[in-house]
Design a protein around this ligand. Sequence first.
Ligand code: SF4
Length: 94
Amino acid sequence: MESVTHFEQVIASDDPKVWGTLASCKGKPAEWWFADKYNTQQGKEFTAMAKRICRTCLVANKCLQLADEGGEAFGIWGGLTPKERGFKRMTKQF
Ligand code: SF4
């Protein structure tokens, strides 16, 4: 019988409360992902920091899918800004 590890169960889950436990942003300041003024220097620095962290995230695809399904208009999800997600959606790169 093939055994499934706890990690495999978590990463395969469709429940954000479960796969979210693997999120690289866990415990980090939410304002880095929701810098509401992208045109300020601080907003750009927060956004760059969030995107760097998202690049290390094991559940980035699930995060991006969740944002798309929820029509999220704000914040960095799956390492992408709202504008970048809109472009991906238009070109059906999900
Ligand atoms: S991809 Fe999503 S879950 Fe992962 S660190 Fe970025 S915002 Fe958090």
